[in-house]
Each structure stands twice: as structure tokens, then as C-alpha cells.
Design a protein. Structure first.
Length: 182
């Protein structure tokens, strides 16, 4: 398994050969020999204290998110329809977990991400981050919250300057947010 070096549940057979994909239920697959052990583990001891690896409380909860763009025609630019870029997205992200938003080109992944981050205002739905509804916040109220968000676009050559060191790339966002550091 390519994650063996950073997995808390790694066994010898994880490194022996490629791990097959197992379908847990329709639309939910896993490539792990010990996914059951990982799923049941609620805490991991660090020696001094235990920390939760997957809190049951949602860090981010998106409900029925919709982003519709008007189709305008004619001299007066009347709305004759709508493009439903995102139509009814539900997503829950828990602390300590990783979620991937996957889909074909043009299916609305970037639009959904921008709407979740409030870079693009959704047409409808709820976006709660750490129990705070983001869709009702003004741009001014969102500014301090944006320190908690990060987006890296699909093309790494557009999102990361190859002439900069990784530390400088990470620091650039902090400097823009007014953080002081070394």
C-alpha cells in the first residue's frame, strides 16, 4: 500500500503486494486491508494524551448547496433559464479526515469549492464551518474566517510558483493574512 509509511494500522502484508479495491457499498470503495480497524479506532494515544482522529462533530457541513447562473437573452438581457452548476450538494467533513471531491471536467467541482469558501455566493443552501453559518456573513465578517481556509487549484503550476521554496509559498498566504513569523 502506498500509504503504509504513514498509516497507524500498517501490517507486513500491506507492503507485500498491491492492495485490491474493496467495495463497501455502492459508490463507496476502499483500498485498505485493515479498513475495519481504522474505522473502529476512535482515539490514538500519543503517550501524553489521546486525540480524536475522526470526531463525530462536523468541522464543515454543507447542506443542499446550489449555485445557479442565469441565462440571459435579448436586448434587455432577460433571464430565460438557469445553468445549474451545483444542484443540491451535501457534504460533511470531520476533523482529522480527508474527503475528495471527484468528477468529470466541467461538472461543478471548482464552483462547489468556491461556493463553500464563499468566494462565490451560493444560490441556496447552508455552509456551516465550526458551527457558524457562512452564507449569512458579510465579506467583512468573512475576512477573519478565511484564515482557516485554503484552496489549491488542480494545476500545481498555476497555483504554486516553481521558482519559490515550499516554505515561502506557504508563508506567502500567511503574510497576506497579516500573520507575522520568522
Amino acid at each position: 500500500c502506498r500509504f503504509a509509511d504513514r498509516c497507524d494500522f500498517v501490517q507486513e502484508d500491506c507492503r507485500a503486494e498491491p492492495v485490491p479495491i474493496s467495495e463497501l457499498e455502492p459508490g463507496h470503495s476502499v483500498r485498505c486491508l485493515y479498513w475495519g480497524a481504522a474505522e473502529q479506532a476512535e482515539t490514538v494515544s500519543t503517550g501524553t494524551h489521546a486525540h480524536n482522529t475522526g470526531s463525530s462533530e462536523a468541522l464543515l457541513a454543507v447542506r443542499d448547496l446550489k449555485v445557479h447562473f442565469p441565462i440571459r437573452k435579448g436586448l434587455l438581457q432577460r433571464t430565460v433559464g438557469q445553468v445549474r452548476a451545483v444542484d443540491g450538494l451535501d457534504l460533511t467533513l470531520r476533523s482529522g479526515r480527508t474527503v475528495a471531491l471527484v468528477g468529470e471536467s466541467g461538472c461543478g467541482k471548482t464552483t462547489a469549492a468556491k461556493a463553500i469558501l464563499q468566494l462565490l455566493r451560493p444560490s441556496a443552501g447552508s455552509v456551516r464551518f465550526r458551527d457558524q453559518e457562512l452564507t449569512v456573513l458579510s465579506q467583512r465578517a468573512l475576512r477573519p474566517r478565511r484564515r482557516d481556509f485554503q484552496i489549491i487549484f488542480q494545476d500545481p503550476y498555476s497555483s504554486m510558483n516553481p521558482r519559490m521554496r515550499v516554505g515561502d509559498i506557504v508563508a506567502e498566504g500567511l503574510v497576506v493574512q497579516g500573520e507575522k513569523g520568522d
